[in-house]
Design a protein around this ligand. Structure first.
Ligand SMILES: Cc1cc2nc3c(=O)[nH]c(=O)nc-3n(C[C@H](O)[C@H](O)[C@H](O)COP(=O)(O)OP(=O)(O)OC[C@H]3O[C@@H](n4cnc5c(N)ncnc54)[C@H](O)[C@@H]3O)c2cc1C
Length: 537
């Protein structure tokens, strides 16, 4: 059996595995991804990415390609209920308006793009950045010890080989064999219902006319289901449920039965239907009791199965990968202690549980069964995806500060440690830039107009700990060596005074801050101590 090595092995090459490969490669971490299918996913599944996800994709140079691919879906914003595509429209509702109303909060917009279109973009980016992606390759087994992970993988010919890695990221989906083999249990409401997504080809453009839908709820005598269509108006997916307790099973969905259901959903016998494939999935609320076990890190649906109502699964999985990649990079470089990886569980575990519950609440709302209490507990999508305040992890909470709820409206956050560093438009040499574009590689220290002496502290702390630590002073007007904040928004948005400073992690989360002045002779030591703690050194 041949033997090869990598720093990080990623099991699973769908949305979250590919995102992990992109983020790791962005941080120059050699990684190998194995995916048992011959290519990226052929099922659309996720169709919407919230602005926070677009911000993460922006950091690694994927946002523009994703936006270009999404152009054809720009009008697909209407959620509707119909008897059939050709029949009566029962209701019609505009989805989240797309982000124009969010410009104070984020430079990014909601991306409407089916997962099967985003995955090839991620694949291309990961390959360009040097990740080793192996399709038609399966993770057969693995073992871990204090030195690393030894995996057995099997390629398309059935040839097995071993792969050594320092860490294994399990992005192998809801049935994760990696998670199961480690005996990691899942908690939550369990499987709520069973479904099959039927991918089909059909020329339904004439039936749709000038209507474009994000999601269509279809209900007639033959079929009750959800239909999504692509921008060519020739490919779509029909999602229907089945109930094993009523004796129904996946085997019922023969090509003939699927074609009958799709035809009924389109509502016109004149449209010929070709069934492409079936994808069974469970509506479930299930979260792994831990996301970290020694050298194995669990991400995406392997870590949390979230009812797709609300559209949180893919968004949460991509955020997991973003949270994890810089930590792995610094641990592997020897810049951080391995305990930094425990913060992945501390930060993403509670978010996974909360988001899965929000998915269930959205399900209750959409199905009209929500109680008053459930309505009150349902947060809006921006709060769920952008308003997180990690409870503990790789940041330094402020002494005496009131603990924030796990999530809040992101408009109310002010640069508190453990929250997303806010978007503020500043100017560099007269050109507007968002503060978010300052983050994404190493640590960044931002200081107010009177905080120039933090520059030396940043240089000293960065060099003492062997890590990148960029420095930016933010002044009210254009000055040499400073970013300008002509609107005077930065200090308020980051909750600091003119002598204050804010340390931002590579994933754009505030790690530490001082709101007022620190004597310049003490700044180096104060900053180094903070960074040392964050890096688990
Ligand atoms: C109908 C539907 C609609 C959805 N809509 C949305 C939405 O609008 N927004 C949103 O955010 N989310 C949505 N989701 C959820 C989203 O699709 C998932 O969260 C996302 O696919 C999770 O990605 P993943 O990579 O973690 O897991 P998966 O997509 O399950 O991928 C796991 C991959 O691992 C591979 N694999 C497994 N075991 C092995 C092995 N041993 N060796 C090699 N490869 C292996 C599998 O082949 C698979 O490709 C939706 C889901 C469904 C079903």
């Amino acid at each position: 059996m041949s033997n090869s090595g990598t720093r990080v092995l990623i099991a699973g090459g769908s949305l979250v595995g590919l995102s992990t490969a992109v983020f790791l490669a962005h941080h120059n971490v050699p990684c190998t991804l194995v995916e048992r299918h011959p290519g990226t996913s052929i099922h659309p599944r996720a169709v919407g990415y919230y602005p926070r996800t677009a911000e993460l994709l922006r950091t690694v140079g994927v946002e523009e390609a994703a936006k270009a691919a999404a152009a054809g879906f720009e009008q697909h914003k209407t959620r509707a209920g119909v008897v059939s595509l050709a029949g009566e429209v029962l209701f019609s509702k505009e989805e989240l308006a797309g982000g124009d109303e969010l410009t104070d909060l984020t430079p990014a917009k909601l991306l409407l793009l089916p997962q099967d279109r985003l995955e090839p973009i991620l694949r291309a980016r990961a390959e360009k950045l040097g990740a080793d992606l192996r399709f038609s390759t399966e993770l057969v087994s693995f073992a871990q010890d204090a030195n690393g992970v030894t995996a057995v993988v099997k390629d398309a010919d059935g040839t097995e080989s071993t792969l050594q890695a320092d860490y294994l990221v399990a992005a192998d989906g809801p049935r994760s064999a990696v998670r199961e083999s480690l005996g990691i249990r899942r908690e939550g409401r369990g499987v709520l219902s069973r479904h099959v997504s039927i991918a089909f080809g059909a020329d339904f453009g004439a039936v749709l006319g000038d209507r474009r839908y994000s999601v269509v709820h279809v209900k007639n005598d033959t079929v009750t289901g959800i239909l999504v269509h692509d921008d060519t108006l020739t490919e779509g997916t029909l999602i229907v449920g089945y109930d094993p307790e009523k004796g129904e099973s996946l085997d019922d969905f023969t090509d003939a039965r699927c074609a009958e259901l799709v035809s009924a959903a389109i509502g016109s016998d004149a449209v010929e239907v070709t069934i492409r494939s079936r994808f069974p999935w469970d509506m479930a609320e299930l979260v792994s009791e831990t996301f970290v076990q020694d050298r194995v890190l669990i991400a995406g649906d392997a870590a949390h199965q979230i009812p797709p109502t609300g559209g949180y699964g893919a968004n949460t999985g991509i955020a997991d990968a973003f949270n994890l990649a810089w930590k792995l990079a610094l641990v592997l470089a020897g810049t951080a202690g391995s305990a930094l990886l425990d913060s992945y569980q501390e930060e993403r575990g509670p978010v996974g549980t909360y988001t899965a519950q929000q998915g269930s609440l959205q399900l209750a709302l959409r199905s009209g069964t929500a109680t008053e209490e459930q309505r009150a507990a349902t947060d809006d999508a921006m709060t769920v995806t952008m308003g997180q305040a990690y409870r503990s992890g790789a940041f330094i909470p402020e002494a005496g500060a009131q603990r924030l709820p796990l999530t809040s409206d992101p408009r109310t956050l002010r640069g508190e440690p453990g929250t997303r560093a806010p978007h503020v438009v500043v100017e560099r040499d007269g050109t507007p830039v968002t503060t978010l574009d300052l983050f994404g590689s190493g640590f960044v220290l931002l200081a107010g107009a009177d905080g120039g002496s933090w520059a030396a502290a940043a240089a000293a702390a960065g060099s003492a700990l062997g890590t990148d630590l960029a420095f930016h002073r933010i002044a009210p007007t254009a000055e040499r060596g400073a970013l300008a904040d002509p609107d005077g928004r930065w200090a308020d948005a980051y909750g600091v005074g003119p002598a204050g400073a804010v340390l931002v992690r590579p994933d754009g989360i505030v790690a530490w801050r001082v709101t007022g002045a620190v004597p310049s002779g003490e700044q180096g030591a104060v900053l180094e101590a903070a960074l040392r703690r964050i890096l688990a050194r």
